[in-house]
Design a binder for this molecule. Structure first.
Ligand SMILES: [Zn+2]
Length: 413
């Protein structure tokens, strides 16, 4: 990066910090841009990689595939100049990001414990996990890893009866800090497994052991609450910017596409595989339970997708056919309650190349049979800033699909 772009990055990141030290996004817009030619695709790729002044909420895939890009107000004209000409369809999708942030979480701070009508802080979520472990004999607290800033990565293990240890389901969420809906949904599901009277939920709950680690990236998650709602990465300091993308940092086909070598990029892979203390320690923990894993499920947002391995390759490997056919049934179950539509497929085919992800590492290293990554609600009208009143519906429909996944695989495995 040269000096001019460094100045631009600093300007873009810091000039709008408010009195309470929170980054504000007043009049930041999100544009949905559809490139109509290969040249247009290359222009977008260059824009993403060279400047890092625009925040690509979704990645560039190819001709005809929409990309959501957040643009600061002072860069509006520069952005439209870069996309001048007829090679792009451009639509303003979000007119003021700060307004969405202001309206996202109206009840925050009022409730004790989790109630899934608001988003919660790391301390609140961890306290809830500790309370579960002291309330339910089936729940035990686990330390699944540690972060760069010295935080424990907490989780819980749930076991209703002995004999299920080789049927363990691992649930990952919030490896990307700003994707708050992901841990809201995973904690909602955890609570349902403990309390629901629904016969299907009871059936899957009590016929598996469960490991939930709701906040895979605690440093980034805290920062997304205290300082910058749109933060995605870890907080490890690097030469020019902070943080690596913890879902490009795992040691299976690391650095084989869909990542950046620039520390200022949102998809910076880190200097080497498992450079992040969080991914490194989590991988050690997962390694200790991997022989028992029947399923590894990761929650992200947004785009409404149910993704299959791998992110480094479009090839249909391992048990792709089973994962795909069950995935289609799961998406159909998910749609029944609120008609929310999810697309199913291999990461590269549905999204783009993204190497170094946690699911790739688990699947490739341990051969875990059931492996899915959800991109939860929505399809871009709110993007990462999904209003809290969508937590429960999103949790309900996601649990519906998880019931289908586990029950369908019981017929196969
Ligand atoms: Zn994500």
């Amino acid at each position: 990066m040269n000096i001019i772009t460094t100045v631009l990055v600093l300007t873009a990141c810091c000039y709008h910090i408010s009195a309470d030290d929170k980054v504000r996004y007043d009049n930041f817009k999100v544009y949905r841009v559809v490139p109509k030619s290969n040249e247009a695709v290359e222009i977008l790729r260059a824009l993403e990689e060279s400047d890092n002044v625009y925040d690509f909420w979704t990645e560039v895939k190819g001709v005809g595939h929409p990309v959501d890009i957040m643009v600061a107000p002072h860069l509006k004209y520069r952005f439209s100049d870069a996309l001048a000409g007829s090679q792009f369809d451009v639509e303003e999708y979000i007119s003021d990001v700060q307004k969405l942030i202001d309206n996202e979480n109206p009840k925050a701070g009022r409730a004790v414990g989790l109630e899934w009508s608001s988003y919660h802080t790391l301390d609140e979520i961890n306290q809830w996990l500790r309370d579960l472990a002291s309330t339910y004999s089936q729940v035990s607290l686990i330390a699944a890893g540690r972060s760069y800033q010295g935080r424990d990565i907490l989780g819980v293990k749930v076991s209703f009866k002995s004999g299920n240890q080789d049927r363990t389901v691992f649930i990952e969420s919030n490896i990307h800090a700003r994707e708050w809906i992901s841990s809201a949904v995973s904690t909602y599901i955890l609570n349902e497994l403990l309390t629901s009277q629904d016969s299907n939920v009871r059936q899957i709950a009590e016929s598996h052991d469960w490991i939930f680690v709701p906040i895979f990236n605690p440093d980034g998650f805290v920062y997304s609450h205290t300082t910058d709602r749109m933060w995605r990465k870890t907080r490890t300091p690097y030469s020019t910017c902070a943080g690596a993308d913890p879902n490009r940092n795992w040691g299976y086909h690391f650095n084989e596409g869909g990542t950046s070598s620039s520390p200022c990029s949102e998809t910076y892979r880190g200097p080497y595989a498992f450079s992040e203390l969080s991914t490194n320690t989590l991988s050690e923990y997962i390694g200790t339970v991997a022989p028992q894993l029947r399923a590894y499920i990761a929650f992200h947002s947004y785009s409404q997708l149910l993704l299959l391995p791998y992110g480094y390759s479009a090839a249909h490997q391992d048990n792709y056919n089973d994962l795909y056919s069950v995935g289609v049934k799961a998406a159909s179950s998910l749609a029944q309650r609120y008609n929310t539509r999810f697309q199913v497929g291999n990461i590269v085919e549905v999204l783009y190349v993204a190497s170094g992800g946690s699911m790739d590492w688990v699947k490739g290293t341990f051969g875990t049979p059931i492996t899915y990554t959800y991109e939860l609600r929505d399809t871009g009208r709110y993007g990462f800033i999904l209003p809290a009143n969508q937590i429960i519906p999103s949790g309900q429909e996601t649990l519906d699909s998880l019931v289908t996944i586990l029950q369908e695989f019981d017929k196969i495995l």
